[in-house]
Design a protein around this ligand. Structure first.
Ligand code: ATP
Length: 589
């Protein structure tokens, strides 16, 4: 209980003090409620005496009224928190999660499935807030009222108090069992929810690919399996806790009968008056009601507990260490004996190279040789296992990723466009940019021409045109972003490989505009684009196998020369095939 309240106080964030106050109000309200009930007994006692002492009865009535007034005031304050702060608590948790996700190491972010995070930020936050604003308070009330009632019964007659205490103790194991079963059940339900959410995201995002590859049936089988698993866990969790919940309720109801029986025996033995017996039975029934529903609330409490755990797990992911004052002021890049592995097995091994400011370095090598990983280390995707990555002489281990991203533009092969206007999509690199600056960047990236042909020009929403943007156009929008950002270092995963000849020329012109006069590291898939590079690094199995300029590497007759020869042959075949096709068409005419 204390653990959960502590976690709730943490999750409540800026609402912490108000939450703590509402718990205090709940405790005071519950004590006052119990006090009001307890003060009824002396009133009845006075009224049932042969010689009624009116003054004493009124005194107790004053106590009774005061207790009720206090309860009303504090319940209002407690309920006020639930009604007015509920949405605020949700907003505050989501904002803090957003901030954490923004500062979360990219590697950690990538490790978590999208559906998992969607469940945390969506449903888990609501359930956590539910706990913060309501469940804990109701639970407190359910604990305080019975305890006070047992104490009052003990004062009236120890046998009544003992009966109530025994009944409570008998019900406890069943309540605990419900708590345990529903606790583990809800965790499984939560995991199944997250898995189903991931499958839904995967299904929707992958639909075009599934359709193209004729896999729609198989992917929907996977989705259906995840949804069935979710339903199974939900049904299981409810049915397994139903029986102990019924037992707990039955024990409590039997308890009321037991109290009434002991009370009747006491009245018959002249140890208790009939009006007090009535009050005791009313009290026992009042006590039984919340305890019988306690099991349901216990289950709700477990949902809250599981949700809070998942939310705090994300809030607890530590951002990468950094010196807040570390600044990058020069834009040369250096790798010094860098080793790195994603899951233990090394992907980069002793990689060392230097990229002078405003020079052009190309990374080439077979698929899986570590090219992308090298560029990731430059944006502090993760820290190296050994060795050092420096920009402008500063060890990136000390630099906040936000500071790195201020100076580095990254252009990936996969371009993500937000459901906003073309203008907003370009300007996201620099939200304060003027329309003229956005347009200038768009012109430089060869975007202006096709944007002018769109129905609302730069104000056309990406959603309106849907898939109408070609791969090359999307690429050029992402290059326009980078041009607008105007960062001195550019990391480029060569995007022209998959484009047709016309798009390729347009994108290549955009790239030329982007890389001019900057420190550039390019992952090159086609060697023809790196002939003019200041330095070519040939990666193989996570090591630099060769390095030099194009001509030097050709004359070395090593790995690069073989790759060059293979690509040149392939180009010739393509040209010959094209020529044969054209000749065939002409011959047929
Ligand atoms: N997030 C990841 N988790 C685990 N392993 C990874 C991850 N990303 C890459 N790898 C592995 O690291 C190795 C190097 O991958 P990397 O993407 O750097 O190669 P690459 O040379 O860029 O390949 P390609 O040209 O195909 O993009 C590969 O074996 C890859 O499977």
């Amino acid at each position: 209980m204390r653990r959960i309240v502590t976690m709730m106080l943490r999750v409540a964030g800026p609402y912490r003090d108000r939450f703590a106050a509402s718990i205090r109000h709940s405790v005071i309200g519950s004590l006052a409620q119990a006090g009001a009930y307890a003060s009824m007994l002396p009133i009845l006692h006075e009224l049932s005496r042969p010689q009624v002492e009116a003054a004493a009865a009124w005194r107790w009535f004053a106590v009774f009224a005061a207790c009720y007034a206090v309860e009303a005031v504090y319940r209002c304050r407690e309920i006020g928190f639930q009604y007015t702060e509920w949405t605020g608590v949700i907003e505050s948790i989501r904002l803090r999660l957003g901030d954490r996700l923004r500062r979360m190491p990219l590697r950690e972010l990538e490790r978590r499935a999208t559906g998992d995070l969607t469940t945390v930020v969506g449903g888990n936050v609501v359930n956590a807030a539910l706990g913060v604003s309501a469940v804990a308070l109701v639970f407190l009330q359910m604990v305080i009222v019975p305890v006070v009632l047992i104490a009052v019964f003990l004062v009236v007659d120890w046998r009544l108090g003992l009966t109530l205490a025994v009944v409570t103790l008998l019900a406890v194991p069943f309540v605990r069992q419900v708590q345990r079963i529903s606790g583990s059940g809800f965790r499984r339900v939560d995991e199944a929810d997250a898995a189903a959410a991931s499958r839904i995201v995967e299904y929707v995002q992958g639909l075009p690919v599934f359709k193209a590859t004729g896999q729609v049936g198989e992917s929907s089988v996977r989705l259906r399996a995840a949804l069935q698993e979710q339903t199974r866990h939900q049904a299981e969790s409810q049915s397994r806790s139903a029986l102990p919940a019924l037992y707990a309720a039955a024990v409590v109801q039997l308890g009321v009968i037991a109290v009434a029986a002991v009370g009747t025996a006491l009245v018959l033995g002249a140890d208790l008056t009939a009006p007090i017996l009535v009050a005791v039975v009313v009290g026992a029934v009042r006590f039984a009601e919340p305890l019988a529903t306690a099991t349901t609330l216990t289950a709700m409490f477990e949902i809250t507990d599981a949700a809070i755990e998942r939310v705090t797990e994300v809030l607890d992911v530590a951002p990468l260490d950094a010196d807040p004052d570390a600044r990058i002021t020069r834009f040369d890049v250096a790798f010094d004996e860098v080793a790195f592995g994603y899951t233990g097995a090394p992907v980069l091994r002793g990689v060392s190279f230097a990229v002078p400011a405003r020079s052009f370095t190309a990374l080439v090598g077979p698929s899986g040789s570590g090219k992308t990983t090298v560029t990731r280390m430059l944006t502090r995707y993760a820290d190296p296992d050994a060795g050092t990555v420096r920009i402008g002489g500063v060890d990136l281990r000390t630099v906040d990723p936000t500071e790195i991203y201020r100076h580095v533009s990254v252009v990936f092969q996969d371009v993500y466009l937000f459901g906003d206007t073309i203008r907003a999509n370009i300007a996201m690199a620099r939200p304060d940019a003027t329309d003229a600056e956005v347009e200038a960047a768009a012109r430089a990236a060869n975007v202006h021409g096709f944007v002018e042909r769109l129905p609302h020009g730069y104000d056309t929403r990406v959603g309106e045109i849907g898939g109408a943007l070609s791969g090359g156009e999307r690429q050029r929008i992402s290059i326009a972003r980078a041009i607008l950002k105007d960062a001195p270092i550019v990391l480029l995963d060569e995007p022209t490989a998959a484009l047709d000849a016309e798009s390729e020329v347009a994108v290549q012109q955009a790239i030329d505009a982007l890389v001019a006069d900057r420190t550039v590291v390019v992952i090159a898939h086609r060697l023809s684009t790196v002939v003019g590079a200041d330095q070519i690094l040939v990666l193989e199995g996570g090591r630099i196998a060769e390095r030099g300029r194009h001509a030097e590497l050709l004359s070395a007759r090593g790995r690069y020369a073989r790759m060059w020869a293979a690509q040149t042959r392939a180009r010739h075949w393509r040209v010959e095939a094209e020529t044969a096709k054209v000749a065939g068409v002409e011959g047929g005419q």
